[in-house]
Write a protein that binds this ligand. Structure first.
Ligand code: 13P
Length: 252
């Protein structure tokens, strides 16, 4: 059985004070949740304060990106060692916004994924097609390219400790969620790819999150799909009540 994982990707939002306030509220509201793994990904500047505020709770800390080197002359970058040091257990890698605005490629994603594992950080690796790709019928080719190349050369243990986040780009921040059937089809496809690359046992153990306009009113239908094992939540994770409703989705 895969334990669902619901993570809030705060993107470039929240000052230190606001982050502290949000996680403090979440800590209280989510204290009774045991059947869903919960994570929040504040911006780098708020990681330390968030780590302090969630100490002793069931909320885990994630970063939104990282570089693959441990230290050195890489101005502006943050290393896996630093993320580990501040208390992160997860790191989002290859988000479509990073691919679109910051030239992230499958190759850099793969370097980061390997570096994350080298520091025992669990990567949440984002994959997904753009609208024109879906419309031209190449969704599965794009997703296959992201999965095969972004997750290349991982050991069985590493892939088991990797979360894949399927985020159709056209559904991110648009209010246009993939239908549960559309999402399930791609999640199933990802699990089949993992079966081919690794084995059925390994593929069955990997959690695949859905991301893209997940809200309190659509989370239950998405989570009811057999291959959807959680959510990566953007906008709706910025508010304590809506993120709480998503984590405590009906039927969970
Ligand atoms: P929204 O939930 O705002 O659509 O963002 C999804 C996302 O990109 C999470 O990483």
């Amino acid at each position: 059985m895969r334990k669902p994982i619901i993570a809030g990707n705060w993107k470039m939002n929240k000052t230190v004070g606001e982050a502290r306030e949000l996680v403090t509220a979440l800590k209280d509201k989510l204290a009774d949740v045991t059947d869903v793994e919960i994570a929040v990904a504040p911006p780098f500047t708020a990681l330390s304060a968030a780590a302090e505020a969630i100490r002793g709770s069931n909320i885990k800390l994630a970063a939104q990106d990282m570089y693959w080197e441990e230290e050195g002359a890489f101005t502006g970058e943050v290393s896996p060692l630093m993320l580990k040091d501040v208390g992160c257990q997860y790191v989002i890698i290859g988000h479509s916004e990073r691919r679109t605005y910051f030239s992230e490629t499958n190759e850099t994603v793969n370097k980061k994924v390997k570096a994350a594992h080298a520091y025992s950080l669990n990567p949440i690796v984002c994959v997904g097609e753009r609208l024109e790709e879906r419309e031209s019928g190449v969704t599965k080719d794009v997703v296959k390219d992201h999965v095969v190349n972004g997750l290349a050369d991982l050991t069985e243990e590493q892939i088991r400790n990797t979360v894949v986040a399927y985020e159709p780009v056209w559904a991110i921040g648009t209010g246009k969620t993939a239908t549960p059937e559309q999402a399930q089809e791609v999640h199933r496809f990802i699990r089949e790819l993992l079966t081919q690359i690794y084995s059925l046992t390994v593929a069955e153990a990997v959690r695949i999150q859905y991301g893209g306009s997940v809200k309190p009113d659509n989370v239950a239908q998405l989570m009811a799909q057999p291959d959807i094992d959680g959510g990566l939540i953007g906008g709706a994770s910025l508010d304590a009540d809506s993120f709480t409703q998503i984590v405590k989705f009906p039927g969970c």
